[in-house]
Design a protein around this ligand. Sequence first.
Ligand code: NAD
Length: 694
Amino acid sequence: MSTHYETRGAQALIRLDHPPVNGLGAALRADLLRSLDRALADAQVTAIVVTGSERAFSGGADVKEFNTPNALREPRLPALIAAFEASPKPVIAAIAGVCMGGGLELALGAHYRVAKADAQIALPEVKLGLLPGAGGTQRLPRAVGLETALNMIASGATMPAAKLKGTALFDEVVDGDPVAAALALAAKVVADKLPRKRLRDAKVSDAQAEAFLQFARNTVGAASKHFPAPLRCVEAVGWSVSKPFDEALRLEREAFLTLMATPQSRALRHIFAAERAAAKIDGVPEGTPLRPIAKVGIVGAGTMGGGIAMNFANAGIAVALLETKQEALDKGVATIRRNYDNSAKKGRLSEAQVAERMALIAPTLGYDAMRDADLVIEAVFEDIAVKQQVFKTLDEVCKPGAILASNTSALNLNTIAGFTKRPRDVIGLHFFSPANVMRLLEIVRGEQTAPDVLATCMAIAKKIKKIGVVSGVCDGFIGNRMLARYGAAANGLLLQGALPQQVDKALEAFGFAMGPFRVGDLAGLDIGWAGRKRRAAENPAAAQRVVADALCEQGRFGQKTGAGWYRYEPGARDPIPDPLVTAIIESFRNERGIAARHVGDDEVVERCVFALVNEGARILDEKIAARASDIDLVYLNGYGFPQHRGGPMLHADIVGLPNVVRALQRFAAEPGAEAWWQPAPLLQQLADDGKTFN
Ligand code: NAD
């Protein structure tokens, strides 16, 4: 049973009992209806109190039932709420903890509501590309007024019940036990013959309604470019003013179902599920004991080390930050302070918070500070000899059980683990730049990394508000390995006949915040150039000259030199197409005897995005990633893949894998095409079998 039923004198107490958050799955909904009928059938019962646990009245729909037949099983939520609302005996909701989505909609169907002051109230459906589909858009405005309801529904934001005190949402907001208060209120309602208040009977009175709705349409529309849901929320809330209740309910339900079928909602629900799935790691059973992490050591206070240190200080964890020279240490600490000061100037942090966080970061020049660290993250130069020296020293000084992590982008983690006598404690923690901002954390699993080390790092990722995704060891891990193909596809387009500005525009129209050439100019073209020169020296036979080499030879490193793929006016960041670049590209084509052809925007997107998908399929096949949705998370959170498309692998599923395969075959068949354009065997197999990645 997922509800608990008891009588307290003349009152029935129905308790939702479906941990952890009383998700309103099919079984719970059916039980609730049975409990209601039982209370109605019992002549001794005069009033009904509905409550949940201290932790949750109800978190809303049961996410485990998303996309299963159970989600559609009767009684569905609207019918259940209607039954409670129609109850001839007064229904009082007693709310503590989470009261969200369908849970709040259920409470809105009660005749009275009592909440604990710190109960968390929200209609978060918009975050999944939906709107509340069980009366929330109609009853909430009647309870809290048009403006508050609209803000809550269009943003999905959570409010403490205390903030909504004084509105018709709550008859009482209490600090103590809401159930006791609700039982007392129930007794009073019966004794005083107070009416059963139904929100459906209330009117939304707002003289400024139309003006406010118009304002909301403008602001919400502008802020939700690729997503239809927020604007539909505004519209639906508007119906609470303009339409009769039942007609509005019907329209709301229709809008809900329409949104449910949009690719944007599919993408957001995919991301939601992907973030939960990523925490499940092969060979790491749920409940694996975690190693306590109270102090973190960071070796190297450069670009990455400084940002990484901030993540831990922000989470209240003490950090020892190590450099070899005072000068480098001072520079690193000064950068951290400047970052915090900037946040303070923008009002995001108080002076006291800045001081608190700076105090958590202890700069040091000696390894003594690493002795009691529970986790050490190395972020020194990307040079295997330097890493070797650092890991040998860490192995000597760190306490047993300390986790030793490397932030390396491209070196082999197994080799690094081999520098120690404790390879089971070694792991890769690959942060992205700027490390204090970017949400992605690739957690690189070495051949010998211990399960509890993985589990601990996954928990740490959450603690520092990152999306942790486990990757196996390979060149570039998941993200950079895919990025290499994306870059190669974009560069190949230049040889085919496209120009940087066209490639960028097409990919920006697809939804990337910036196309690859603008990103290159922002990041600096010299970094890639140095890498290519190094690799060419190591392996001259495999070296291939690319257009970017010609740009770099002319000192065009991007924004920082005023010119790269574009040119820039002094002090400005707007990319201006440059005929000099066009000439360089043309001479490149001429040297290779390639005649430029017209390249359509669709082809630009197909080549760049399917190159990602194809490499993703190989990564999946090699078990570098455990599941396609992990790859999506990497690309969404580390590489600016458009959220509304849900990641490259979901995008491929939506386009249809046979279509992806056919396009790749076309590209692979062109004269001179590189071998990696051949469809990956796994992709081909899934397409042949009529399956999808997800
Ligand atoms: P950086 O040059 O900005 O910083 C490296 C710092 O390490 C310098 O301050 C240097 O003084 C210090 N250092 C060098 N040897 C040391 C030693 N033996 N002991 C203590 N400190 C030492 O480099 P970065 O960009 O921060 O990169 C650091 C690591 O992170 C590299 O492995 C890199 O591949 C990786 N990484 C970089 C990025 C990025 O975008 N910059 C992204 C992900 C990962």
